[in-house]
Design a protein around this ligand. Structure first.
Ligand code: RUQ
Ligand code: CUA
Length: 651
């Protein structure tokens, strides 16, 4: 225990020393290279960036979209968090997206964006991202840049090793970081070893619609499963998950889960699992979860489902193996060839690289070193391809350039280390500011990386920008990797805390980009598809306002006969059929948010008037020269009053 504490202290001291050192000598060097670097990131006004980068927002719960190489923020897509700016999670059409079995959960911790793939290469159709806290996976539609679907994961907690999809987006995965009783039950926490388990969920993705459905779960020993990647090429059919806490500690993990020299990577033969399930293996296990998705009417619905098929590795030899891996591994990255499995041992002194072909041979030869809960543990040396010696401190994540090099983020020594696959020698280092977590190369975890840049996603920013009080944005740094040596190009701030990020050539996205929604195809039950359909209908105390917007007025814009105690539904349809002409709708005293309605779309918020009087509403998006004129009034009379319901453009 004491040794572990001492090592922790030592890492801390080294981190501080390294930070101070890097800090001291950086500025002059950077200024000297500023001008050629500036040219490489300069995108002339009106010109487009070469890549889209999708970054997770971490604790913001959202995804932010950047252009590369400029580092310009293009958009924030709301995913797990409500977004008052466009009413995501507030409007009647989107609220269901955030439903869970715990009720409405309007926030999550989003870590790993993963672009859908075909043949191991990003295809620009969808982006998946995990919710860490209340286990969920979201699917974003890259034609609309909207969240189309969120699936809750039952029998799970701390959904961190997710979504890490397979080569053809057959499956997205979800693994348990915080083991728990599966199924849940009331037991002492001290009974961890006996009662706590992990699970790996394999979620089938429909190749046409993208819809997700849980195919099966694999019940695992109670470790902390941290990160994952699917095999590709020769290793297609397998998925790999790092884990820590092989000690199975249930308190003070910083010490108690850092005792063993080696933890494990779990290698899962999902093809075999698929066949087992098809042949009727596996048991039904209860477990409620919500499945939320956008219908063809662009309205989110939530359905409650129950039960999954569960496989126990003990019952199916060959399904799961453990590969010993030095000290609390974090990242689990597969090189473009599919042969090498790189682990980032946070507390390890080397970067271990495992060989998939050696793994198969070791399995064949039964080169085992014991077992854990009936799962064979392979011999470290039998699977090891090589170790990168003296890489730096705190290796976390690795991406690949497709030219035979790997780039690993070093959290503690704040640097990116470039090393050669096969010879395992370090060939270059680049200091980053500070404490890098993930890193990204466009296509850098795929079969064919596009290369060109590596981006450092730094956890600590400190003095890199003008101070903004105690809270400082996290930061990204863009580095050129086209030459032998890395070249620092650009710092830019991020939204929330980016964990992973992925980038893709812009034309793979722009060719599908939706510019507006067709009015003809609007099947919203409360749409008013022209001004002649605009109206107000009373149904008891529910009042439905079918409101239309077009430059530059609302119809109706005068409404009378509303009463205190009514529940007023504003169904706002934007009649525009042109790109980039949203209209906003804001109602005084509305306790939710405004609406931002895209052309051709209908969105709804509720207003419950509490006072008598005449109240204005207006458009919030500067839509034309007469935007300031785009307003209306609602007259609210006392409950039971006999002021008749009247509406129109002037009543
Ligand atoms: S994590 S800094 Cu949430 Cu992917 Cu590694
Ligand atoms: Cu419509 Cu401003």
């Amino acid at each position: 225990m004491r040794a572990a504490r001492r090592r922790g202290m030592w890492l801390l001291v080294m981190a501080i020393a390294a930070t101070a050192l890097l800090n001291g000598c950086s500025l002059q060097e950077e200024n000297a290279t500023a001008s050629p670097a500036a040219q490489k990131v300069y995108i002339a006004p009106g010109s487009y960036d070469e890549f889209y980068a999708f970054m997770s927002g971490g604790f913001s719960g959202q995804v932010s979209v950047y252009g590369l190489p400029s580092g310009r923020l293009l958009r924030v897509i709301p995913v797990f968090s409500q977004n008052p700016e466009n009413a995501y999670g507030y409007s009647e059409e989107t609220k269901a997206m955030l439903e869970t079995t715990h009720g409405f959960v309007p926030w999550d911790d989003a870590h790993h964006p993963k672009l859908s793939q075909t043949n191991g290469v990003a295809d620009g159709r969808w982006l998946f991202i995990n919710g860490n806290n209340t286990p969920r996976i979201a699917r974003l539609n890259l034609a609309t840049f909207e969240t189309d679907e969120i699936l809750e994961i039952p029998n799970s907690a701390g959904n961190h090793a997710s979504p890490f999809l397979t080569e053809n987006t057959e499956y997205v995965v979800a693994a348990v970081r915080f083991s728990l009783p599966i199924p849940q039950k009331d037991v002492p926490i001290a009974s961890y070893k006996e009662n706590f388990r992990g699970s790996f969920s394999f979620i089938k993705v429909d190749p046409q619609s993208g819809h997700m459905a849980i195919a099966f779960q694999i019940l695992m020993p109670g470790l902390n499963y941290d990160l994952a990647h699917a095999g590709k090429g020769p290793s297609h059919g397998w998925s790999f998950f790092t884990s820590y806490n092989s000690e199975q500690a249930n308190t003070l993990l910083e010490v108690n889960a850092s005792q063993n020299d080696k933890d494990y990577i779990a290698a899962v033969n999902w093809k075999m699992a698929e066949e087992l399930i098809a042949s009727g293996a596996g048991e039904e296990m209860a477990g409620e979860y919500c499945h939320n998705y956008l219908g063809a009417d662009r309205i989110a619905r939530s359905e409650k489902l129950n039960g999954t098929k569960v496989l126990r590795p003990q019952d199916h030899p060959g399904l799961v193996y453990f590969i010993p891996t030095p000290k609390s591994p974090h990242g689990c990255d597969i090189d473009p060839s599919g042969e090498y499995i790189v682990a980032g041992g946070k507390l390890a002194t080397v970067i271990p690289v495992h060989s998939f072909s050696k793994m198969l041979k070791a399995i064949e030869a039964k080169d085992f070193d014991g077992e854990l809960d009936g799962i064979p543990i392979l011999k470290y040396d039998a699977v090891l391809a090589g170790e990168v010696q003296n890489p730096g401190l705190g290796p976390l994540h690795t991406e690949f350039d497709g030219k035979g090099y790997a780039y690993t983020s070093m959290f503690v020594s704040s640097e990116i280390v470039k090393w050669k696959l096969g010879s395992w020698e370090v060939v270059d280092r680049m200091p980053v500011y500070y404490s890098i977590g993930h890193l990204l190369i466009p296509g850098g975890d795929s079969r064919q990386p596009w290369g060109k840049y590596v981006i450092a996603l730094n956890k600590i920013t400190k003095d890199r920008y003008l101070p903004t009080g105690p809270e400082i944005t996290q930061s990204a740094q863009l580095i050129d990797i086209t030459g032998e040596k890395m070249q620092m190009l650009l710092d830019f701030p991020t939204v929330g805390e980016p964990h992973y990020a992925q980038a893709i050539p812009a034309d793979l996205i722009t060719k599908n980009s939706v510019k507006y929604f067709s009015m003809q195809e609007n099947t919203h039950p409360y749409a008013a598809k022209s001004e002649s359909e605009a109206r107000v209908e009373r149904n008891g105390t529910d009042v439905h306002v079918y409101l239309t917007t077009i430059r530059t007025h609302f119809a109706p814009d005068n409404i009378e006969g509303i009463q205190v105690g009514d529940k007023v539904y504003f169904h706002v349809t934007n009649l525009e059929q042109d790109w980039d002409v949203p209209h906003g709708f804001a109602m005084i005293g509305a306790q939710t948010t405004e609406l931002l309605v895209m052309p051709g779309e209908t969105r709804t918020i509720i207003w419950e008037p509490k006072r008598v009087g005449v109240f204005p509403f207006y458009c919030t998006d500067f839509c034309s020269a007469l935007h300031q004129e785009m307003q209306g009034w609602i007259r609210v009379s006392p409950k039971g009053s006999n002021v008749p319901l009247k509406f129109g453009t002037g009543v």
